[in-house]
Design a protein around this ligand. Structure first.
Ligand code: NAP
Length: 419
């Protein structure tokens, strides 16, 4: 990669402008309304203007970008048309630049930014909010602010572009030993998993606690297994293919369950239909038995780490220990989930929603990665024109275990610093 001394209007991928020189234009992988549909066709590389940082913003030269499920949804225009939603709030851009994870180099900062400097090597979090929002200024937690948004999904200027624009509270130091692509792959899923497992006291993972983790080989699951292990808990992972077992064991799972061995998934049958309900209960009990078998003792999970939603919530609520917590951050299989309330109140269980993470949680999780307690679990790296392909694989649940990344200005794998 050449550090091109001459200032140009547009730099090819693999060229680097002089540090701090912001060109007028950049390459970006865009979603447009007319391309909404299968993610494989929704993204297209175009040349657009580079955005300018506001007073508290940071412009980052993107080296690599992480791939997350949210831009599967963005590409499909479902369940939310993210472009229309943003334009209703007054934005002018009729395109969406996805990408909610990145590693890169600070290239320009707004006049009020003192926390980072041009040239700093950083990773970015996707949790953005308006520091001046009334509910924050009055002392409220930014995570609950009405201004809290996910960068690269609800907000534009994500990381599938040569430059990305973020707020200063989204910027964290890049772990030095990681390559650009590995550094771009963990923050969204990792910090989300961190909050789910440690952000809801008293239901936090403690030494010896069994934890049931759905989608153990997925982005969230691969982080959750490692966080539980690092806390001394006992991660039990669920997957859908035998060939994902080894991956989960390598990350620290004590046991792995194949969900395809069971058939009671989805919504609860009508409680008045004794036969159907009995059959469902048989399935749930068999799954519970399997959990005890792979755990090696008859204890229920203290925490169930949820994100599939409709398909699994009835089982999660049934399974979780008395006084335990089912903590959920998504509904990948559907949003209309049933809870048998008898189990919830009689056994004093908690069903807790959780959404991304606070700045402090991002920093604490980033430290875990820096200390080597959590590996980014990077499985596949794509070139810049592979954004659509990576999301299509994810949509079809055919992506490899762990996390995927896109090379942006880093055009080859294995590099760690600016050339
Ligand atoms: P991922 O890498 O695709 O992993 C999800 C895993 O879920 C898959 O590997 C799959 O594993 C499992 N799964 C899929 N359908 C299932 C079903 N019907 N029943 C049980 N398990 C099922 O995705 P991810 O990055 O972990 O994200 C998962 C979800 O969380 C997405 O909807 C994403 O948008 C959301 N999310 C939300 C937040 C937030 O802050 N709110 C943050 C991150 C992610 P097996 O097929 O092997 O079981």
């Amino acid at each position: 990669m050449a550090n091109t001394a001459m200032k140009k209007e547009l730099y090819e991928l693999g060229e680097t402008p002089p540090l701090g020189h912001v060109p007028q234009k950049m390459y970006a992988s865009l979603i447009r309304k007319e391309r909404f549909g299968e993610p494989g066709d929704a993204f297209k590389v175009e040349v657009i203007e580079v955005p300018k940082p506001g007073p508290t913003q940071v412009l980052v030269w993107v080296m690599a970008a992480g791939v997350n499920y949210n831009n599967v949804w963005a590409g499909m225009g479902f369940p939310v048309d993210v472009i229309a939603a943003r334009m209703r709030r007054g934005d002018k851009e009729d395109f969406h630049i996805g990408g909610s994870d990145a590693s890169g180099v600070v290239w320009a900062v707004g006049e009020q930014v003192t926390s980072v400097r041009v040239g700093d090597e950083v990773v970015l979090s996707c949790g953005m909010y308006d520091e001046g929002a009334p509910d924050i200024k009055s002392g409220g937690d930014p995570v609950y602010s009405t201004s809290f948004k996910i960068w690269g999904y609800e907000e534009n200027w994500g990381s599938f572009a040569q430059f990305t624009l973020v707020n200063r509270h989204q910027v964290f130091p890049k772990p030095k030993k990681l390559t650009w692509e590995a550094a771009s792959a963990y923050m969204l899923v990792g910090a989300t998993a961190y909050r789910q497992l440690l952000g809801w006291p008293p239901n936090v993972v403690n030494e010896g606690d069994p934890v049931l983790i759905w989608g153990g080989a997925g982005g969230l699951g691969s982080m959750a297994i490692q966080i539980v292990k690092a806390r001394g808990g006992i991660p039990i992972a669920v997957v859908s293919e035998q060939d994902k077992y080894e991956f989960c064991y390598q990350l620290g799972a004590k046991g792995v369950i194949n969900r395809k061995e069971f058939g009671h998934w989805g919504r609860l049958p009508d409680l008045d239909d004794a036969e159907a309900f009995g059959k469902w209960m048989q399935g749930a009990r068999a799954f519970g038995q399997k959990f005890w078998e792979v755990l090696g003792e008859r204890r229920n999970p203290k925490i169930v780490f949820e994100h599939p939603g409709e398909a699994t919530i009835p089982t999660s609520v049934f399974m979780v220990d008395n006084g335990g917590m089912v903590v959920i951050c998504a509904g990948t299989s559907g949003y209309n989930a049933d809870v048998d309330l008898r189990y919830l109140w009689m056994r004093q269980k908690r069903l807790q929603g959780s959404h991304f993470a606070s700045v402090e949680e991002c920093a604490a999780f980033n430290d875990m990665v820096d200390r080597g307690e959590v590996d980014p679990a990077l499985s596949r790296v794509f070139p810049f024109d592979g954004v659509g392909e990576a999301h299509q694989l994810m949509r079809e649940n055919r992506h490899p275990p762990g996390n995927m990344a896109i090379l942006v200005n880093a055009t080859r794998e294995g590099t760690r610093t600016l050339p």
